[in-house]
Design a protein around this ligand. Structure first.
Ligand code: CMP
Length: 137
């Protein structure tokens, strides 16, 4: 079942481009359902990215994701998960298509500007990590 929702967060490297990135997201047809500026502790970053805990980049990723503010958002649009992944481009900005958010704003495979959920199920889990039902409009 599709929920027509996805989850994203603007990462520390792109925190100076909140406005420009959110403009691209809205112009692509996504509605911002919930949004805030916050910061993760290393332990919280580890919890969020627990699925990657066996990967060689996990410790660096957790350190990086707790190194500065982030902006998590819940977004709504028909076919949200897949359409958002198209909008942001490949994980490695070197491989991202022209005009995608990562191609324009990302600095490296780790500091890659934004996260995007890879499934409806994970969008729900990741959105709940930052927002309660009451915070969603
Ligand atoms: P994200 O879409 O948030 O999901 C997992 C994150 O791990 C990814 O974006 C990158 O920030 C990071 N990542 C993925 N692959 C690598 C890699 N090979 N080296 C370093 N970081 C990576």
């Amino acid at each position: 079942m599709t929920t027509n929702k996805t989850f994203t967060m603007i990462k520390p490297d792109a925190i100076g481009n909140i406005g420009a990135i959110t403009k691209m997201i809205e112009e692509a047809g996504f509605r911002v359902v919930a949004m805030k500026k916050t910061r993760l502790t290393p332990a919280q970053a580890g919890q969020f990215y627990a699925v990657h805990s066996e990967r060689p980049f996990y410790n660096d990723l957790c350190a990086y994701m707790s190194s500065g503010p982030i902006v998590p958002m819940i977004l709504e649009k028909e076919n949200a998960v897949l359409d958002f992944r198209t909008l942001i481009g490949a994980t490695n900005p070197a491989n991202a298509a022209d005009g995608t958010i990562r191609k324009i704003f990302a600095k490296s495979i780790e500091a890659n500007a934004v996260h995007g959920s890879d499934s409806d199920e994970n969008a729900g889990i990741e959105g709940s990590f930052f927002f309660s039902q009451l915070e969603q409009f």
